[in-house]
Write a protein of this length. Structure first.
Length: 163
């Protein structure tokens, strides 16, 4: 009777070890799925925040034909008697979770014409971007996602000057 009890305890122990291994594998799989889902959500936030900043720069430019000297002036532009607000708040870079945007300066060096994420992480989304973000396709890092405002008059000059 004693030998039989020891044999059953061994099977129970092996069964318990097997269950722990299975649970560990399942938790690993769940954490990977959760990680990818969280990155996709941050990507969506990055596209929203970058586009909002680009549109804020466009609004500032339309009200004086110059780029803003900083992102802070998009919160309250006092160049006119009634201050204009082009952004409700300064967005943080969702990929780094910090306000560490890479600023893209105008060609003449005066003013900010866009921002880019400072994250070196590889994007999940590689295709099917809206036309304004078509340059993001097949990027190898979020740092190449540049949310830049180029006035149409400059875009036409660039297109006309290319052979």
């Amino acid at each position: 009777m004693h030998a039989r009890h020891g044999s059953q305890a061994g099977f129970t122990y092996i069964g318990l070890l097997f269950a722990v291994v299975i649970m560990g594998l399942m938790l690993t799989l769940i954490s990977r799925v959760w990680s990818v889902t969280a990155q996709r959500e941050r990507e969506t936030e990055l596209l929203f925040a970058g586009d909002a900043i680009r549109m804020g720069i466009a609004g500032y430019f339309a009200n004086g034909h110059q780029y803003p000297p900083s992102l802070q002036v998009l919160l309250a532009d006092d160049r006119s008697p009634v201050p204009q607000r082009y952004l409700r708040r300064l967005y943080v870079d969702p990929m780094t979770r910090d306000a560490d945007w890479t600023l893209i300066y105008a060609p003449d060096g005066v003013g900010i014409m866009g921002v880019a994420s400072s994250s070196k992480l590889a994007p999940i989304k590689l295709k099917n971007f809206p036309p304004a973000d078509a340059g993001f396709e097949d990027s190898d890092c979020y740092c190449t996602w540049q949310f830049v405002y180029v006035p149409r008059r400059f875009a036409y000059k660039k297109a006309a000057s290319t052979p």
